[in-house]
Ligand binder design. Structure first.
Ligand code: AMP
Ligand code: TRP
Length: 333
């Protein structure tokens, strides 16, 4: 049987290799299976949990759509839309904020990381962020949610909220309890400058990440400068245990070229890092440059991108508003 897929990406710029390998690559594969129904959301309401410049946000929403399409998601067969235009998301988030418990949210590690030392100054939205994420997923009866490893805890919270609503209102199976789809390997791509930190949009140094809009020379330069250690290329998987940078680069090679880790290790064993890095740059250039070129081409056509969002919003609204109507009845509005 086909799956109902829902996932979201924040339009906060600098979409990178971690987003691609951890999430978008998986979206494309799932959307190529004719049996699946897929909804991909540009989560602009999530983006404003931290301050955004309106003009930059507008641009990033379109760039995220362009990235989806350039990566291989067909907008005719899949729903692509932005969250703010389907008001059921905000509404369901409020209702779920009355279902979720403070204790559950207090355990969320992403909030702790993002809020940093000064939690008093973080927005309330940043704290309740996972409640809105639950609304996104549950409104569409999604059965499977492809995400990177960092979203695992939020998915568990979503399942808890769906389950509690079903129990509290005695509506068994009203909300489908979704399964996360997290790749077993390479679900967490690390910074090129520090193998213990996640590759991230917000890291100040651009050398820490490969952006999906990078030019060939950027990719080659970033891989050349990527941190490694002084040991030779490993001969076995176990040798990677205490070598986070080497592990990350070999993982990236494997994921981009679709070969398993052992094969990659065998291929480069005994060689030196510079040789490996040359090959890694090449597979990255072959994968990323066509996407990068396509993003740039699509970005010139705002009318086209806006039309995709408009069509997607119409379809998403139809699904979400029906579910919302039932939620109203159940809650007693
Ligand atoms: P975001 O940009 O935070 O909206 O993330 C979009 C998707 O990319 C989510 O499914 C994340 O889990 C995934 N993602 C973000 N950073 C990484 C990373 N460094 N490695 C793997 N997946 C990631
Ligand atoms: N929180 C996710 C992230 O930062 C983005 C997101 C929002 C999402 N709503 C979602 C992902 C629903 C999957 C399903 O990456």
């Amino acid at each position: 049987m086909g799956k109902k897929i829902f996932s979201g990406v924040q339009p906060t710029g600098n979409l990178h290799l971690g987003n691609y390998l951890g999430a978008i690559k998986n979206f494309v594969e799932l959307s190529n299976d004719q049996e699946n129904e897929c909804v991909f959301c540009v989560v602009d309401l999530h983006a404003i949990t931290v301050k955004q410049d309106p003009q930059v946000l507008r641009n990033n929403i379109r760039e995220t759509v362009a990235t989806f399409i350039a990566s291989g998601i067909d907008p005719k067969k899949n729903i692509i839309f932005n969250q703010s235009k389907v008001s059921a998301h905000s509404e369901a988030a409020w209702i779920f904020s009355c279902v979720a418990r403070m204790g559950w949210l207090n355990r969320m590690t992403q909030f702790k990381e993002k809020a940093g030392k000064d939690k008093e100054k973080a927005s309330i939205g940043l704290f309740s962020y996972p409640v809105l994420m639950a609304a996104d997923i549950l409104l569409y009866d999604a059965t499977h949610v492809p995400v990177g490893d960092d979203q695992k805890q939020h998915l568990e919270l979503c399942r808890d909220i769906g389950q509690k609503f079903n129990n509290d209102f005695e509506v068994e199976n009203f909300f489908k309890i979704p399964e996360p789809l997290i790749q077993k390997q390479f679900s967490r791509i690390m910074s090129l400058k520090d193998g213990t930190k996640k590759m991230s949009k917000s890291e100040l140094s651009d050398l820490s990440r490969i952006n999906l809009t990078d030019l060939k020379e950027d990719i080659v330069n970033k891989i050349k400068k990527a941190k490694t250690d002084t040991l030779p290329m490993p001969n076995t998987n176990e040798e990677l245990d205490n070598r986070p940078e080497a592990k990350n680069l070999i993982g990236i090679y494997s994921s981009v070229s679709n070969v398993n880790l052992d094969e990659t290790i065998a291929k480069f064993s005994g060689k030196n890092f510079s040789e490996f890095k040359e090959d890694l740059s090449q597979v990255l250039v072959d994968k990323i440059i066509p996407i990068s070129n396509e993003i740039k081409k699509l970005k010139k056509d705002n009318i086209f991108l806006d039309k995709i969002l408009k069509d997607g919003c119409d379809k998403a609204n139809e699904i979400a508003s029906k579910k919302m109507k039932k939620i109203h009845e159940i809650v007693g509005f």
